[in-house]
Design a protein around this ligand. Structure first.
Ligand code: KG4
Ligand code: ZN
Length: 339
């Protein structure tokens, strides 16, 4: 079965054609970093305007790369949410229009569920499992009973981990998106130099809080009770130590909670998805600390937002007969995983 996947939830368009849920025939992503870098984050209106320009040429290119034509595909799968309203609407409108014009079935899938699916795409599927989502918009631990059946175990009560990376990067004067910049700078730093504390959430041992950690880092860089736009009071040479110490605190926190949850729920595997799972440092730390369970990450290129994970998950939903109606399906800016 050939599925066209359309991802447009935030500041990237991802278009992909995937066979039978896991064989990728084409996968292209449009980066908008050039537009958003000067704002230090995503400017929603500009993101959706660029989506309009990029989408159709990218779909054409995806068919060329896969060596097939629209009549060959069996399903169109689109990220229905969660995400930015303007961005979501562009992908959804394209998917609805193509579904009607080409007379192909159509399905809307959950972007965050697709991030977890990316870690299963090319890996054995062992359930029950523990899933960890670490992205720019989400951070949570869930029990996975099967693809499509989840039980939330813990979630962030404030920032998502990727958002914390982006904000700390900004404090350090690094450009957007900050996560990869922090990882790079941290390579030159001593991760034990600053003893930052991970966030704890009362009565919720698997939940996360990154705002206290972020404030500790801010005060270290700009002085006690400073504001995000206050001037820096540290030497350039200290920045790498702060980046390394912050990264290590945040990663140790997610790893510790994930491994504990895996033990408590007798998980057969751990699946990790979302943009922050692109971090080689996070991958190495998990491999080092996890002795009892296999830990699966997305293949290269599938950690960040992409259309392949949307096509792959759409294939599974189609097999469960969860077809959407092109006329009445609406986008969802907020959307929890199905239970
Ligand atoms: O999943 P994603 O592409 O978009 C959302 O759905 O949010 O995640 C983007 C996030 C950004 O916050 C970015 O800074 C972070 O992933 N990220 C990283 C790394 N690469 C991307 N964070 C830490 N280390 C990295 N190497
Ligand atoms: Zn994402």
């Amino acid at each position: 079965m050939l599925v066209l996947g359309i991802e447009s939830t935030c500041d990237e368009i991802g278009i992909s054609i995937v066979r039978d849920g896991s064989i990728i025939l084409s996968n292209s992503i449009s980066s908008q970093v050039d537009i958003h870098v000067k704002y230090g984050g995503v400017f929603p209106e500009l993101a959706s305007r660029r989506h309009i320009e990029d989408l159709i040429p990218m779909i054409k290119k995806s068919f060329e790369e896969a060596g097939i034509s629209p009549k060959d595909i069996d399903l169109i799968s689109v990220a229905k949410g969660p995400g930015l309203i303007g961005s979501l609407v562009i992908g959804m409108t394209a998917a609805k229009t193509l579904s009607l014009a080409w007379d192909k079935p159509f399905i809307g899938v959950n972007h965050v569920e697709a991030h977890l699916y990316a870690a299963m795409m090319d890996n054995p599927r062992l359930f029950p499992a523990i899933g960890l989502v670490v992205s720019g918009g989400h951070t949570f631990i869930t029990k996975i009973n099967s693809i499509g059946s989840y039980e939330l175990i813990g979630t962030t009560i404030d920032d998502a981990i990727g958002e914390a990376f982006d904000k700390v990067a900004k404090m350090l004067g690094l450009p957007y998106p900050g996560g990869p910049q922090i990882e790079k700078l941290a390579l030159k730093g001593d991760k034990t130099k600053y003893l930052f504390k991970p966030g704890r959430v009362k009565n919720s041992p698997y939940s996360f809080s990154f705002s206290g950690l972020k404030t500790n880092v801010l005060y270290q860089i700009k002085g006690p009770n400073s504001k995000p736009n206050s001037p820096s009071i540290i030497d350039e040479s200290e920045k790498a130590h702060i980046a390394a110490s912050f990264q290590n605190t945040a990663f140790s926190d997610v790893i510790e909670k994930t491994l504990k949850a895996a033990k408590e729920h007798s998980a057969k595997a751990i699946y990790i998805g979302g943009g922050v799972s692109n971090s080689q440092t996070l991958r190495s730390l998990f491999d080092l600390k996890c002795e009892n369970n296999p830990v699966y990450f997305p293949e290269k290129g599938l950690s960040l937002d992409n259309g392949a994970m949307i096509a792959g998950l759409g294939y599974h939903k189609f097999l469960e007969q969860k077809i959407s109606d092109p006329y009445d399906l609406e986008v969802m800016t907020r959307w929890a995983l199905p239970s």
